[in-house]
Design a binder for this molecule. Structure first.
Ligand SMILES: NC(=O)C1=CN([C@@H]2O[C@H](COP(=O)(O)OP(=O)(O)OC[C@H]3O[C@@H](n4cnc5c(N)ncnc54)[C@H](O)[C@@H]3O)[C@@H](O)[C@H]2O)C=CC1
Ligand SMILES: CC(C)CC(=O)C(=O)O
Ligand SMILES: [Mg+2]
Length: 368
């Protein structure tokens, strides 16, 4: 059997900068741990649009379907804001998620001890925080039809459709319950069943999956607006949060600030098992291309580095090496190394993206 394959899609803006650091970490694993990957690279998002006039070339899509895992930086940026949606960078990412059928987006929000006093919330509220948001990723309002901007009664109307089938809810609910069994054994499902039919169906299906196959897991339901409030009021009440595509997008950015910064939040997007038993998978930081800091060496690469740790765990059965990488990031933070997003304006000089990468590599060396 050959080395496991990894397709790297840096994308746009800080996606390219943070991915530079992940490449060095992948090399480190090859050299120091004998964990070699068959790495290929391609374009996605604005970079692909500039080269090919499309945010995701068919050849790239085909490659993504073949590899063991895809690692993506971020897409988008102001240069592409006025494009028709069909060719916008974000559309490339949506296509990738949809065609790979990556229905379960795992977004862990963990507060490292060293950042507990930096979080937007009081230290005791976030200290030791470890929650997992499971966001449905291939349906809901980012994909439902009809969608578009249409003429109606002499004016334009913008339409997106929140749509969920029972099977779509069923499969992502199972992912959440399975994860909960390996964690704190609790799932809180969030929707708006009070005002949305899709929410009513969501709640019914989640309850049914629970009652039939996961009665031992503690299940609660919460309206997503209250969920957002509870997330900043008392986040440690949650273990696994299960929610739809749109609410999950919002709630996970919100959870980022509990951990200190959006620059700290990794994610894994998982689909059905492939022939080798591993899930189809794409790993990416939760953040976007951050045009306000792009090209300045200011981006925090930790979210992308931690996304690679998730790849080690979920795609390559390297749980111990994932632990090693997460511990390296934790040590660096404990040593006080900080990119600008992890400091108050008046603090000492922040480190650059590549200096943060240097520090993580040094911590990895020290772990041997
Ligand atoms: N998965 C993806 O590729 C995503 C792409 N986007 C796209 O990115 C572009 C910019 O979107 P925004 O709304 O500005 O969201 P964003 O996530 O790019 O940035 C929001 C804020 O967080 C900061 N930030 C984000 N990541 C950081 C990091 N690693 N280190 C330090 N600071 C960081 C940024 O500087 C900015 O102030 C848009 O085109 C958007 O559609 C947005 C979210 C996800
Ligand atoms: C397609 C992305 C730009 C949407 C997003 O913000 C995300 O998935 O976190
Ligand atoms: Mg988002």
């Amino acid at each position: 059997m050959g080395n496991p394959s990894l397709l790297i899609l840096p994308g746009d803006g800080i996606g390219q900068e943070v991915m530079n650091e992940v490449r060095r970490i992948i090399d480190w694993y090859g050299e120091k741990r004998g964990l070699k990957f068959e790495v290929s690279e391609d374009l996605v998002g604005g970079a692909a649009y500039d080269a090919h006039g499309t945010p995701l070339h068919d050849d790239t899509m085909a490659k993504a379907q073949e590899v063991d895992a895809v690692l993506l930086g971020a897409v988008g940026g102001p240069a592409y804001d006025d494009l028709d949606f069909s060719v916008k960078p974000e559309r490339g990412l949506l296509r990738l998620r949809k065609e790979m059928d990556l229905f379960a987006n795992l977004r862990p929000a963990q507060c490292f001890d060293a950042l507990a006093d930096f979080s937007s919330l009081k230290t005791d509220i976030v200290s030791g925080l470890d929650i997992m948001i499971v966001r449905e990723l291939t349906s809901g309002s980012y994909f439902g039809e009809p969608r578009g901007i249409f003429e109606e009664n002499g004016e334009r109307v913008g339409i997106n459709t929140q749509r969920y089938t029972e099977s779509e809810v069923d499969r992502v609910a199972r992912s959440a319950f399975e994860l909960a069994k390996r964690r704190g054994n609790k799932v809180c499902s969030m929707e708006k069943a009070n005002v949305m039919e899709s929410g009513i169906l969501w709640r019914e299906v989640v309850q049914k999956v629970h009652d039939e196959d996961y009665p031992e897991v503690e299940l609660s339901h919460m309206y997503a607006d209250n969920g957002a409030m509870q997330l900043v009021r008392a986040p440690k009440q949650f273990d696994v949060i299960l929610t739809d595509n749109l609410f999950g997008d919002l709630l996970s950015d919100c959870a980022a600030m509990l951990t200190g910064s959006l620059g700290m939040l990794p994610s894994a997007s998982l689909g059905a098992p492939m022939e080798n038993g591993r899930p189809k998978a794409l790993y990416e930081p939760v953040h976007g291309s951050a045009p306000d800091i792009a090209g300045q060496g200011k981006a925090n690469p930790c979210a992308c580095i931690l996304s690679f740790a998730m790849a080690l765990r979920y795609s390559f059965d390297q749980g111990a090496e994932a632990d090693r990488l997460e511990a390296a990031v934790e040590k660096v933070l404990a040593d006080g190394v900080r990119t600008g997003d992890l400091m108050q304006a008046s603090d000492a000089q922040p480190v650059s993206t590549s200096q943060m990468g240097d520090a993580v590599l040094a911590a990895l060396d020290a772990s041997l």
